[in-house]
Design a protein around this ligand. Structure first.
Ligand SMILES: C[S@@+](CC[C@H](N)C(=O)[O-])C[C@H]1O[C@@H](n2cnc3c(N)ncnc32)[C@H](O)[C@@H]1O
Length: 204
């Protein structure tokens, strides 16, 4: 089993209890850099192994490195609990997303889960002593490819609007992480009405 674990934005007190518990029970821990390694070391005696993900343009060379890292992880994650820990959240602008894709190709038998971490996207505002009170965009220079709509009381109306903007994959979620959690994939299965604690996730 491989866990992709978000370590939060850098403060060792901003890891989740779940992240710390999995770090403690992992027989191997991989990290993409020193910052993540230093955070992990505060919670375990297992020495984190730094995997190199160089920022180079040579695609063939890059593929080779991704493959080598995925095989290294897969060899241990087949029968042991292994953690790949990174700064922020493992599903936002993250090395882990591509790693997961390569791993699925080379070792589909390895189960993969992610543990959310406090992302720079939300935590920066707290540290700046600011707030966000309206819709907002997050950019890294690439085209916008996702939308997250909060307070999705009328999910089908939201989906219709997103479809006009080119979105074609939809997930509806209610009361996430609770005993009453609902996650519905696919436009045709999503209801007309939603609870206040609901979200529509849309992808192009
Ligand atoms: C590849 S993204 C990774 C984002 C990460 N997965 C997350 O959820 O926070 C890296 C970018 O996130 C931002 N970032 C991450 N941690 C940060 C921090 N502690 N302070 C400021 N910016 C940060 C920077 O813009 C950085 O270039």
């Amino acid at each position: 089993m491989l866990y992709g674990i978000g370590l939060g934005p850098g403060d060792p007190e901003l890891l989740t209890v779940k992240a710390v518990n999995i770090i403690k029970k992992s027989s191997r821990i991989y990290v993409p850099g020193e910052m993540a390694a230093d955070l992990v070391k505060q919670y375990t005696d297992t020495v984190p192994e730094i995997l190199d993900f160089p920022m180079i343009r040579d695609k063939d060379e890059l593929e080779k490195i991704w493959l080598k890292n995925a095989v290294t992880i897969a060899n241990h994650a087949k029968d042991k609990t292994v953690a790949f820990c990174l700064i922020g959240d493992p599903n936002f602008f993250s090395t882990f997303t591509h790693l997961k894709k390569v791993l699925k190709e080379v070792a589909p038998e390895v189960e993969v889960k992610t543990v959310p971490g406090i992302s720079a996207i939300t935590s920066c505002v707290s540290q700046m002593e600011e707030a966000v009170e309206t819709s907002f965009e997050v950019h890294d220079g690439s085209d916008v490819g996702y939308m997250i709509h909060l307070k999705a009381r009328k999910p089908q109306e939201i989906i219709k609007k997103f479809e006009k903007e080119g979105y074609n994959e939809f997930i509806f979620a209610e009361k996430l992480f609770s005993d009453d959690e609902v996650i519905i994939k696919g436009k045709e299965n999503i209801p007309e009405e939603g609870h206040y604690f609901s979200i529509v996730y849309a992808k192009k």
